[in-house]
Design a protein around this ligand. Sequence first.
Ligand SMILES: NC(=O)c1ccc[n+]([C@@H]2O[C@H](COP(=O)([O-])OP(=O)(O)OC[C@H]3O[C@@H](n4cnc5c(N)ncnc54)[C@H](OP(=O)(O)O)[C@@H]3O)[C@@H](O)[C@H]2O)c1
Length: 226
Amino acid sequence: MKTALVTGASSGIGFEICKKLLGLDYKVYGVSRNKPDLDLEFFQVDVTKTKELEDLKKNIKEPLDLLINCAGVGHFGQHEDLKPKDLEKMISTNLTAPIITTNIFLKDLKKQKGTVINITSITGKENAKFGAAYGATKAGLESFGKSLFDEVRKSGVRVVNIAPDITDTRFFDELMFRPEDSPEAKIEPQSVANGVEFILNQPEGTVITELTIRPQKILINKKPKL
Ligand SMILES: NC(=O)c1ccc[n+]([C@@H]2O[C@H](COP(=O)([O-])OP(=O)(O)OC[C@H]3O[C@@H](n4cnc5c(N)ncnc54)[C@H](OP(=O)(O)O)[C@@H]3O)[C@@H](O)[C@H]2O)c1
């Protein structure tokens, strides 16, 4: 049985990826602060705390075949209006944590000729007005994934960036905008999980290094101010 660790397991994209991997008969270690309602081995970890990530490694005995760096948060708005504490937490969650998690598990992933999948974002590829800092975390993660693949490809490790566009999750709950309620305006988190399956199904020697998933249209609504 193959083993996978998924950060951000409690909701949205990470939750759907965990469901998919369980269906593919993986042993799944789910990591988040809240427990997902899924039959997996759960570790309550705040990925911004390096000590908790190091302890996680001690608690996982077998080498991983798959690491999915999915945990993330978004703070959007005029840059000067964002709170420094929120920015610090966002950079730590979206960029520092996946780099450190990968560092901690990479030796094992090399032994297994495993796969690292980073959930980046379309905002890392484009200018992100009102999301300059969020976009920077995702562009940084994308750059990390690309360079890491160059570094580890000889060892048989695959490194993949999946860049979703607007996805229908609770990500938008605290934001001042959300996609219109139309199937053409957003993708479903299941589509990202299907992307993971597609990546894993490639024959040995073939690596999908990047996958971008977009809705047909851009239809975004500003939320009314409370
Ligand atoms: N939704 C979109 O439109 C979209 C588009 C492109 C990329 N993405 C990216 O996709 C990823 C998943 O987002 P989502 O849309 O599925 O949003 P979501 O439903 O809000 O899920 C975010 C996940 O990250 C976890 N998380 C956040 N901070 C954490 C921390 N400090 N420690 C551990 N876990 C933490 C949350 O778990 P707990 O709160 O339980 O800890 C939750 O499981 C993120 O990296 C996001 O940037 C989303």
